[in-house]
Design a protein around this ligand. Structure first.
Ligand code: AMP
Ligand code: MG
Length: 414
């Protein structure tokens, strides 16, 4: 990897180019493990799963009612059939249905093989053991056919897929209880900065509490990741370098916050350059311009900015897609759509901005968005009150109240 944007004179890398570079540089982890289904939520399926049986396995009723053979139906007339017994869900009717007979049946119960139709219980009249069918009784209704959901041998879920709750249900329906998934991605993260104070400690003059590490822990809460919190490292070159090198031997990815800029105490990019490779370290986005991406040995490295809002934006826009690719999950683009912005927004051309907004729908169902308030990259309170990014393209020169803007609702973790 070459450092192509270390000089201020070069144009900043666009976010699209940064994402393309990551896509090329990143390789999915090798290795799988077998898990029982109840531990597989959120993991990436590594082997496609085929159904060992038909689903449904038996022909069964889609309604509570009466099962009958359509040849016993009298077209255009009311007719009656004798009640031969009951088919319960889990307890099928055991006899054979004779001509002129029907059975009481409940949703999910096996339909006797002589029957091909089920009528809803509300449509018949029951007089002791005789069932009166109405004139408009329809044949071949309300039966779930064998294999109508999934045929035996068909692909239930193709790899790769991040397994959802619905997927677990789908896998369980033909009785699958183990799946092969990609191994977890090992991620270490830490904060850098002399000013950082651990929670629970008194705050000395000039110090601040470490909010980034709390957020990163939350943003990394994903079953595909096995995360290690390596705490705070002061702005000391040797300590930082030793920590980077040590962590790089044990994990697939290192994520740091702070020290990524060009201040006197911002060593991250310099150290990455000396003990590894820098792919890029500045992107044309706001917030989040200083972001170092590279590698130390086999370990990928993301040096995020220090300001908390910039941490979230760069994590979500840049690190998260990279982690997905590394963990083998298929790419997923965030949902974006347009909304009318009812407040004016300040913006200078040059960088793509991710302003924080509050999204709602008016009485006509149209999407409207307002600024969430102060937009500084240290203003976490307005981000906490917001629900979406207002994505303003690089060349945008501000927004007037009433303009249409692109919005991107936050993921659930934000
Ligand atoms: P830096 O990139 O180290 O120059 O940091 C930029 C700003 O982010 C400074 O105001 C830092 O104090 C702040 N900052 C850095 N790390 C953290 C952290 N872990 N939690 C909260 N704020 C931080
Ligand atoms: Mg710092």
């Amino acid at each position: 990897m070459i450092d192509t944007c270390s000089h201020e004179s070069r144009p900043l890398l666009s976010i699209e180019d940064a994402l393309d570079r990551i896509k090329v540089a990143v390789n999915t982890v090798v290795g799988t493990e077998k898990l029982s289904l109840n531990n597989a939520l959120g993991r990436v399926l590594a082997e496609s799963v085929y159904s060992p049986i038909n689903i449904p396995y038996d022909r069964n009723a889609a309604m509570d009612g009466y099962a009958f053979a359509s040849c016993d139906r009298v077209d255009g007339q009311v007719f009656t059939l004798g009640l031969a017994g009951t088919s319960w869900a889990g307890r099928p009717f055991e006899g054979a249905l004779q001509p002129g007979q029907c059975v009481r049946i409940f949703t999910g119960a096996v339909v006797p093989k002589e029957a091909d139709s089920v009528i809803m219980q509300e449509q018949v009249q029951v007089r002791q053991q005789t069932i009166h069918f109405p004139i408009d009784t329809r044949a071949l209704q309300n039966i779930r056919e064998i294999g109508e959901d999934v045929k035996q041998g068909a692909c239930l879920i193709a790899q790769p897929k991040k397994l959802t709750a619905v997927d677990l249900g789908l896998l369980a329906s033909p009785g699958i209880d183990r799946v092969t998934v990609k191994r977890q991605l090992k991620i270490a993260y830490f904060s850098t900065g002399d000013e950082l104070t651990a929670l629970g400690q008194p705050l000395e003059p000039g110090k601040i509490y470490d909010s980034n590490r709390m957020m990163l822990g939350g943003l990394l809460a994903d079953p595909c990741y096995s995360v290690v919190d390596l705490g705070v490292i002061p702005d000391n070159k040797q300590l930082l370098e030793d920590s980077f090198i040590k962590a790089s031997k044990n994990v697939d990815v290192i994520i740091t916050t702070g020290g990524a800029s060009v201040g006197e105490a911002d060593y991250v990019k310099e150290i990455l350059q000396s003990c590894g490779e820098v792919n890029f370290w500045k992107i044309a986005i706001k917030p989040g311009k200083p972001l170092a991406f590279g590698k130390i040995g086999m370990c990928y490295f993301f040096g995020l900015p220090g300001n908390p809002v910039a941490v979230v934006v760069t994590f979500q826009q840049i690190v998260a897609p990279a982690l997905r690719q590394l963990s083998g999950a298929p790419p997923s683009k965030p949902l974006r759509f347009t909304a009318t912005c009812t407040t004016a927004l300040k913006k200078a051309p040059g960088r793509q901005e991710y302003q924080r907004g509050i999204l709602s729908q008016n009485d006509c169902g149209e999407f409207i968005v307002v600024s969430a308030g102060r937009q500084g990259s240290n203003i976490l309170s307005s981000m906490s009150q917001s629900g979406c990014y207002i994505v303003l393209p690089k060349e945008c020169n501000g927004v007037q109240a009433g303009d249409r803007v692109i919005v991107e609702p936050f993921s659930l973790l934000i």
